[in-house]
Design a protein around this ligand. Sequence first.
Ligand code: DAH
Length: 361
Amino acid sequence: MFHPLEQLRDEALREIESARDEQALEAARVRYLGRSGSVSSWGEQMKTLAKEEKPTVGKLLNEVRTAVTAAIEARTRQFQSQKESASLGKIDISLPGATGPTGYSGYSGYSTSLTGYSGYLPLERGSLHPLTQMLERSIEIFRRMGFALADGPDIEDEWHCFDALNTPPEHPARNEQDTFYLPDGRVLRTHTSTVQIRTMQSAPPPIRVIAPGAAYRRDEVDATHSAQFHQIEGLYVDENVSLADLKGTLEFFMRELFGADTAVQFRPHYFPFTEPSLEVYVKSKALKKGEQWIEVAGSGIVHPAVFEAVNKARGDKAYDPEKWTGFAFGLGMDRLAMILFDIPDIRLFAQNDLRFLRQFA
Ligand code: DAH
């Protein structure tokens, strides 16, 4: 048999459920849970009950009170979220952002405090510079091959930039017409090969690193030359490293970057710090200039004189040229990005022209 309290509970729950607004819900709350509400008056009645009835009815009363309270809370939350979605519904998210004082809706790179304007400027989504994109893609490919990242300073001493790399004082690269010298005799590094030396100074073989970074030359600036450009240096030193490893590594890299049908060619060349030395060329149908060979890197087998210079600086024989061999390469990142994105002029990278940069967003 139904206890009258259970009947009361069902009635209350129905009423709460069907309450149309917060006012109706509040009326229901007062009717059942208010000081003189029906649930509360049952509390009063408890006193008049027989002793043996009290525990059962008391327990039931508690359950009813809990159920009704919970139902009211749940319904209150429903009303709140209905209100929230109703007010959100009034926002038209397809409207353009508010513009500045003159209706200027273009570049919003200046913060409002700088322009003195305290209203809203449209927030535009930024994007990565094409060179950064190129760098990130390249690093990701080398990481998959187990290369770790290495680093070195842009301002270098001549020893790291030239002497340790087997480049004698009379070498034309050390000319003041080619290299930026600081008053104290240091230089802006002319290549990232400096990091090869720094890496070997700080750790014994085996070594497998890449070092992305900027390099500087006193070139006449034109469509393909810039005073600052970017390279990824690579160095792999282990036992039995051969030219085949170098070719395999760079071929894999180029095909990952430019597509499976990319052809890679190695041409004999001269660098003081490698013997033999090779220049690396690519050709790919996927590229705009696909039908011609494009030079993208210098590379070679690390010259024993480089190992000896490192040993001397370390004060040990860690890089024993009889035991260890290595390959190294320097990839021109600006050149690679120009090929991949079909960019005709290296100066575009540094001009900060949004019409250019937005094409790579
Ligand atoms: N440092 C050379 C340059 O800037 C490129 C290079 C050639 C790097 C051969 C190397 C290498 O590591 O083995 O022109």
